[in-house]
Each structure stands twice: as structure tokens, then as C-alpha cells.
Design a protein around this ligand. Structure first.
Ligand code: HEC
Length: 134
């Protein structure tokens, strides 16, 4: 009887451990599927431009949908920085997306367009966002 109980407890411990590991695996997989990191070497960013991007973002409406480290209506800026390597092409791509708005690259919510934003300013904002990469 005692032996059965011990056996049962060991089995229970083994099972709960396994399911904890599975949970970690599947949340890591989910994160990977959400981030969809693009391979590529990071290039140096100009600290002046990063600073300007940060200020421009603070004075724009970005915070109504974006947080730095948490998903809101829009993806977390840190998640965006994990997807794109720091390269001119991606800074261009993101700057154009901020100006035109759009959907589909992080799910179904829609980013409003910012047609009055100068391309240079949108690029500074994109540079700041990519600089959040650890
Ligand atoms: C109305 C809500 C909203 C506002 C305001 C907003 N965003 Fe977004 N943003 C989103 C959503 C939603 C997405 C995801 C779009 C997608 O899945 O294609 C997004 C995506 C992005 C991306 C990633 C684009 C990509 O294709 O990977 C960047 C960069 C970005 N936003 C920057 C900004 C900046 C900078 C501002 C302020 C000027 C801003 N956003 C304002 C909702 C918003």
C-alpha cells in the first residue's frame, strides 16, 4: 500500500514536471512565431538620430497604441526591434509603414497612417525603435 502511494507520488511529480517543460516550449515557439526574426548583421546607429527619434515619438501619438516592452493595440517596440536587423533597408521599410499605416505584419490590428510625418523623422523614429534591441 505504502509502495503504491510512493509510486503514485513519483509518477505525479514526473508528469507535472513534463507539462511545465512543455509549457515553456510552446510559449517559446509562440514567441518565435510572433516575432519571426529576420537574419542579418546589425549596423551602427547614430546616437543623435536615436535620441531625435525618441523625442519625436514622445511628441507623437505612438503611445496610444505602442508600449516599449508590452504588446498593446500595436506590437511592443522591443518586439519590433527583435524582428528586424539594424540596416538601412529595414529602417526605410519601417519608416514607410509608419507614414502609410497598415496591417498584417503583426496580426489583424491596423496602424493609422501618419501622412504629415517627414520621411526623415519617420526614419529617426524607426532607428530609435530598432535601437531597443538588447
Ligand atoms: C492606432 C494605433 C497605432 C498608432 C497611433 C501607431 N501605431 Fe504603430 N502599429 C500599430 C499596429 C496595430 C501595428 C501592427 C501593424 C501590422 O501588423 O502590420 C503597428 C506597427 C508598427 C511598426 C512595425 C511595422 C512592421 O511592419 O513591422 C512600427 C515601426 C510602428 N508601428 C511605429 C509606430 C510609430 C513610430 C508611431 C507613432 C508615429 C505609431 N506606430 C503609431 C498601431 C499603431
Amino acid at each position: 500500500m505504502r509502495r503504491n502511494l510512493i509510486f503514485f507520488l513519483v509518477l505525479l511529480a514526473a508528469c507535472s514536471q513534463k507539462s511545465a517543460e512543455e509549457n515553456i516550449d510552446s510559449s517559446a515557439e509562440k514567441e518565435q512565431a510572433y516575432i519571426r526574426a529576420i537574419e542579418g548583421e546589425d549596423e551602427e546607429l547614430d546616437p543623435e538620430i536615436i535620441k531625435r527619434g525618441e523625442v519625436l515619438i514622445a511628441y507623437s501619438d505612438c503611445a496610444t497604441c505602442h508600449k516599449s516592452d508590452k504588446r498593446a493595440k500595436g506590437p511592443a517596440f522591443q518586439d519590433i526591434s527583435k524582428r528586424y536587423p539594424i540596416k538601412e533597408v529595414y529602417i526605410d521599410l519601417l519608416a514607410r509603414k509608419v507614414i502609410s499605416g497598415g496591417t498584417g505584419s503583426w496580426g489583424s490590428p491596423v496602424m493609422s497612417p501618419h501622412p504629415d510625418l517627414k520621411e526623415e523623422d519617420a526614419r529617426a523614429m524607426a532607428s530609435y525603435i530598432l535601437s531597443l534591441k538588447e
